[in-house]
Design a binder for this molecule. Structure first.
Ligand code: GAR
Length: 204
């Protein structure tokens, strides 16, 4: 029986290079069990929105500043996800922490990519270049990326995939970030997305 592909919603806040990796993986067939149906941003000027549009994917923006509180913000996010019938959410550089109410609603249906080897340099306050700055300050020789399920604890959900990347002499947060994106994040995020989408598809 031919089953419909799992509908994927990608939530973003920034440049969207991980979103691009997902779009490319869909084109090349690395992701075959799901299809991206929505790019949802909490920033109006996120370049990720342009990447989504260029790939012919529907885009939506929900601004926290236009909501009276975080409940309304999350209700609006859920509304956009439900309208697009999203079954699997991928946080690809989404820089806002989701409440237990949200994560319970999508239990084992939200993935996040984090730019370190969890449990190092993760949790509240560790995002983007701050993660790499902390890793360099500590003097670690190896860092990397983690894809995990999202629950109510920031970066605390079950780990799906990790990939290590060497820290090099003279690294800055920017050079380390670039090496981790290229060698780890852009590989394990599409691979994990396919893994989970395939599981969902098979359980349908
Ligand atoms: C990525 O490095 C991602 O791991 C990180 O933000 C960057 C987004 O880049 N996410 C976090 O730090 C979440 N805690 P992108 O917009 O180019 O994909």
């Amino acid at each position: 029986m031919l089953r419909d592909k799992v509908k994927i919603g990608v939530m973003v806040s920034g440049g969207g290079t991980n979103l691009q990796a997902l779009i490319d993986a869909q084109k090349s067939g690395i992701i075959e069990s799901g299809e991206i149906v929505l790019v949802l941003s909490n920033k109006a000027d996120a370049y990720a929105l342009e990447r989504g549009k260029a790939a012919g994917i529907a885009t939506e923006v929900v601004l926290k500043s236009e909501c009276k509180d975080s409940e309304e913000f999350e209700a609006r996010l859920i509304d956009a996800l439900e309208k697009a019938q999203v079954e699997l959410i991928v946080l690809a550089g989404f820089m806002s922490i989701l409440s237990k109410n949200f994560t319970d609603k999508y239990k084992n249906r939200i993935l996040n990519v984090h730019p370190s080897l969890i449990p190092s340099f993760c949790g509240e306050g560790f995002y983007g270049l701050r993660v790499h700055r902390a890793a360099l300050e500590k003097g670690v020789k190896v860092s990397g990326a983690t894809v995990h399920f999202v629950n109510e604890i920031p970066d605390g959900g079950e780990i799906i995939m990790q990939k290590a990347v060497e820290v090099e002499e003279g690294d800055t947060p920017e050079t380390l970030s670039k090496r981790i994106l290229e060698n780890a994040e852009w590989k394990i995020l599409p691979a994990s997305t396919e893994l989970v989408a395939k599981r969902i598809l098979e359980s349908k």
